[in-house]
Ligand binder design. Structure first.
Ligand code: ARG
Length: 462
């Protein structure tokens, strides 16, 4: 036996070209432990249906256990002649227990229901790993936010100076999307958990009296597929996870872009730790943000994996089609990419050194307190439309004089508008501006302290 799972109706073996095209062991071998767990559960339901004697069951379970140990240690691997992980493991199990018992296990199951089930279990495990790594990144952001609770920076829209904000507020703005990604992963898992396809067979279910609910429970699911066609044909679980992984990639990439900008001479906001930056082979002075650049680059890759998957799925008729073999590599790649990226990125974030004095000195520049003038006027009873005009006129005056807003004299303010009494100066400091934004979600120190506690709580709850 060469590991082929079919052949009875064929006169000869497949052409070498077909075998080369068809083969999937180079990427599906990583599902071997999951396939063996499925086999254990399947052997038990065969036994429950009276299709295996007690002795057969014992021999099969012992054989699967011994094979699992050899797979885990790397002592056995797929052979050149194996088409896929399922065929390879059947061949190896027969080597363990002989063809008489080993040949019974395939009854009532198909590679179609096997692969759909194993793929789910594998992805559920890795979604948990990624969720943990994303939470580590949120934790690093929260630690940095705590260290910089009182430090102001220029807040931007359109990359232009907009209004001063706290650095901690900005850092936590990156934490929330990541927390939503973690809850997306949890939601995805809950949806996958109710739908174990094992027992669907090739597409129509089994005639052998097997219990799909029992297999489902043994494999950690809450229930089995209500529709055997859907169970074997659906891949929305792959696409949905690929989306969430792509979203994580994008959320990390947006942070990465800021680290790259902030580490430039021109910004000078942040210094990277030596252990998390790279040098140049020719320019001795260089310290490059390669982790952030790789994060930005890899986001493109995980987006591509999602787009490719959706393209593979879009016109597939029910039920199983071999096209579906193309569903694995993209999402394996997304998982692998994030699992190697996230620890490096978290290390980089945790060790960033912020140049807080420079950030503070830039915070009021670019007339970023103009909104504070307008809102002060509103509190003095001036309609906002007029207040906006007056504050804009102050900016124009500053540009003529080449000064910042707080450098206008009382007389110059009064010339712009009689409403601009010296009291306006109370809001013309970064501190005053930040403290005044004290509604929920605002950048005032008390609000940010509360927000940090909310982030900590969300980390703890996940
Ligand atoms: N290797 C296939 C896959 O990844 C599973 C096998 C189903 N093959 C088949 N010819 N029915 O989707």
């Amino acid at each position: 036996n060469t590991g082929a799972l079919w052949g009875g109706r064929f006169a000869g073996g497949p052409s070498p070209a077909l075998a080369a095209l068809s083969k999937s062991t180079h990427f599906d071998w990583r599902l071997a432990p999951y396939d063996l767990a499925g086999s254990t559960a399947h052997a038990r339901v065969l036994h429950g249906a009276g299709l295996l004697t007690d002795g057969d069951l014992d021999r099969l379970l012992a054989g699967i256990e011994s094979l699992a140990a050899k797979v885990a240690s790397g002592e056995v691997v797929a052979a050149e002649s194996d088409e896929d992980v399922h065929g390879a493991l059947e061949r190896l199990l027969i080597e363990e227990v002989g063809p008489e018992v080993g040949g019974r296990l395939r009854a009532g199951r198909s590679r179609n229901d096997q692969i759909a089930t194993l793929f789910k279990v594998f992805l559920r495990d890795h979604a948990r790993v990624v969720a943990g790594q994303v939470l580590d990144l949120v934790d690093a952001l929260a630690d940095q936010a705590r260290k910089h609770l009182g430090d102001p920076m220029p807040g931007r829209t359109h990359l232009q100076h907009a209004q001063p904000v706290l650095l901690s507020h900005h850092l936590l703005a990156h934490a929330w999307p990541l927390l939503r990604d973690v809850s997306r992963l949890r939601d995805w898992d809950a949806r996958v958990a109710v739908d174990s396809p094992y027992g669907a067979g090739a597409l129509a279910g089994s005639s052998l009296g097997l219990d799909p609910e029992q297999v489902a429970r043994e494999l950690g699911f809450d229930g089995s597929s209500p529709n055997s066609i859907d169970g074997t044909a659906a891949r929305d679980f792959v696409a949905e996870l690929a989306f969430v992984l792509a979203m994580v990639g994008v959320d990390v990439s947006r942070q990465a872009e800021e680290v790259i900008l902030w580490a430039t001479k021109e910004f000078g906001f942040v210094e990277l730790d030596d252990a998390y930056s790279t040098g140049s082979s020719i320019m001795p002075q260089k310290k490059n943000p390669d982790i952030a650049e790789l994060a930005r680059g890899k986001a493109g890759r995980v987006i591509g994996n999602l787009a490719g998957l959706l393209a593979t799925l879009k016109a597939l008729p029910l039920a199983y089609n071999r096209d579906l073999q193309e569903d694995k590599e993209p999402v394996f790649d997304s998982v692998d990419t994030l699992e190697v990226l996230l620890p490096a990125f978290t290390g980089m974030v945790a060790t960033l050194r912020f140049q807080t004095e420079r950030m503070a000195s830039l915070a009021p520049q670019g007339f970023s307190l103009a909104t504070d003038i307008a809102e002060w006027l509103v509190r003095e009873g001036v309609p906002f439309r007029e207040a906006h005009e007056v504050a804009g006129a102050c900016v124009r005056r500053c540009e003529q004089l080449g000064v910042e807003l707080d450098e206008l004299t009382d007389a110059q303010f009064a010339e712009v508008s009689s409403h601009l009494t010296p009291g306006v100066r109370s809001v013309l400091t970064v501190e005053g501006s930040i403290a005044s934004r004290s509604g929920r979600g605002g950048t005032a120190p008390d609000r940010v302290t509360e927000q940090l506690a909310e982030v900590r709580q969300a980390i703890a709850e996940h």
